[in-house]
Design a protein around this ligand. Structure first.
Ligand SMILES: Cc1cc2nc3c(=O)[nH]c(=O)nc-3n(C[C@H](O)[C@H](O)[C@H](O)COP(=O)(O)OP(=O)(O)OC[C@H]3O[C@@H](n4cnc5c(N)ncnc54)[C@H](O)[C@@H]3O)c2cc1C
Length: 417
């Protein structure tokens, strides 16, 4: 036996979290990553002095697994304002978290994003979010039914607030996404703000990788086939192992494992990044399309939260589109500017388009039923394991949790090292 005990295929957050737990248990392993760096879907590019995350993403400071495995102070997290500005009927209306901003919440009673009763339902919603670990106790169903049925929100409230907000998180404006995922996200948002590391989202996987034993990650190593004896790379090299953990995206895992896990399907997203001389809003707050006309579903000025996302004297605007539009970047940019000029006026014409990111597999599809049970098995056979956000939930926290669970299963099967 010349190879390490364990091969982990994929160096995204799940593979890195798996490696972290294996290292803690003194089990030798190598992470095989096809790309030129670790991080998977959490990468940051530097373009003309701007830091562009590959698609708009935030870290929720109350993520339970994140608190366990990340050194949060070292990430230097820069929070966003709790609440949102909803663009609806030609004006912006502020929706505040009724508990963290009581005065903002009173103000929001007079704005028509929802009815006054909807504001009270918001408090009822918080009581219905449940606790971590309780998810399987409540039957699953679509979020849209949960909001209307269990909580009783009006269709107007759902359309103006929840479609752009949770539709932007789940990348599904139809809200067919599992209410389990909605409750998890809403509960986590209620417990702490969203944030980004001061120097970009990629700091998160880099921190995890830095904590692994030297030489544990092999970059540019694409697995082509997985068998009982180990992994064969794209260049034909065969790497033997006692255990293999497949930590690639859901659709790729289904292919590599010959259908032993289902392809979850994909929810895509598109991000347009603009350089602006002046930020269109003063706060680090999420601005939502309550009209539902698009193409931009949400917008945020990244540099209002994290100044290092833009060079001095400039602002970085991130505009997010749910899905992958059919038109080319130039036409998408044109349509986005028409919408955003209506929101912010003629300054938008002077913004410089920095880059467009289209990410067809941003998240696994999480339609109702797909998260049942909330945590799917990570052990396929003795010696063969699978992790990734498609095993838990489509978030940084889900990926981290699944990686740790897979390492625990490996440790159980291999016995003390
Ligand atoms: C645009 C966008 C916005 C998001 N927004 C948020 C957000 O706001 N908050 C949040 O919590 N989450 C968000 N997410 C989700 C979050 O980023 C993912 O759930 C998480 O990063 C998934 O991690 P993973 O390790 O499961 O998969 P991945 O990050 O996809 O990692 C899989 C790795 O496997 C590698 N790989 C694939 N095939 C092979 C092979 N054959 N051989 C070797 N290596 C291979 C890939 O290169 C990749 O590095 C967002 C994702 C995107 C894309």
């Amino acid at each position: 036996m010349t190879g390490p005990d364990v091969l982990v295929v994929g160096g995204g957050l799940a593979g890195l979290a798996c490696g972290r737990e294996l290292a803690r248990r003194n089990i030798p392993f190598t992470i095989l990553e096809a790309a030129d760096a670790v991080g998977g879907r959490v990468r940051t590019d530097e373009v003309d002095g701007f830091r562009l995350d590959r698609g708009f993403q935030i870290y929720l400071t109350a993520y339970p697994e994140g608190k366990r495995v990340l050194d949060l102070p070292a990430l230097d997290l820069k929070p966003f304002t709790r609440g949102a500005l909803v663009r609806f009927g030609g004006t912006f209306r502020r929706v505040a978290d009724p508990r963290s901003e009581p005065f903002g919440a009173v103000g929001s009673l007079f704005n028509p994003v929802g009815t006054a009763r909807d504001k009270l339902r918001m408090l009822r919603l918080y009581r219905k979010l449940g606790r971590d670990g309780d998810e399987d106790a409540v039957p699953d169903g679509p979020t849209v039914d949960f909001l209307a049925g269990a909580v009783g929100f009006t269709p107007a409230m759902t359309d103006r607030l929840f479609r752009p907000f949770f539709g932007g998180v789940s990348l599904d404006r139809s809200l067919a996404t599992s209410a389990r995922f909605f409750r998890f996200v809403a509960r986590t948002f209620a417990a702490g703000p969203g944030a980004v590391p001061a120097l970009g989202m990629e700091v998160i996987p880099r921190q995890l990788a830095a904590g692994l034993p030297a030489g544990a990650v092999r970059l540019g190593a694409r697995a082509e086939a997985v068998g009982d004896t180990g992994v064969t790379l794209a260049d034909g090299e065969h790497l033997p192992a006692r255990a293999v953990v497949i930590a690639v995206e859901g659709p790729a895992a289904a292919r590599l494992l010959g259908g032993r896990v289902p392809d979850p399907g994909s929810n895509g997203s598109t991000a347009l990044y603009y350089a602006a001389a002046k930020p269109p809003v003063a706060e680090p707050i999420l601005v939502l399309d309550g009209d539902g006309k698009g193409p931009v579903n949400s917008l945020v000025v990244m540099s209002n939260a994290a100044p290092a996302y833009a060079p001095p004297g400039q602002a970085l605007v991130s505009a997010s589109v749910v899905g992958i539009p059919a038109e080319d970047d130039a036409e998408l940019d044109r349509r986005a500017r028409v919408q955003l000029t209506d929101w912010f006026g003629p300054d938008v014409g002077g913004w410089r388009l920095l880059r467009v990111y289209r990410v067809p597999h941003s998240l696994p599809n999480q339609a109702a039923g797909k998260l049942d049970p909330w945590r799917r098995p990570v052990r396929l056979a003795r010696g063969l394991y699978v992790c990734g956000d498609h095993r838990d939930n489509g978030s940084i926290d889900g990926a981290l949790t699944s990686g740790r669970r897979a390492a625990e299963a490996v440790a159980e099967d291999l016995g003390p090292g």
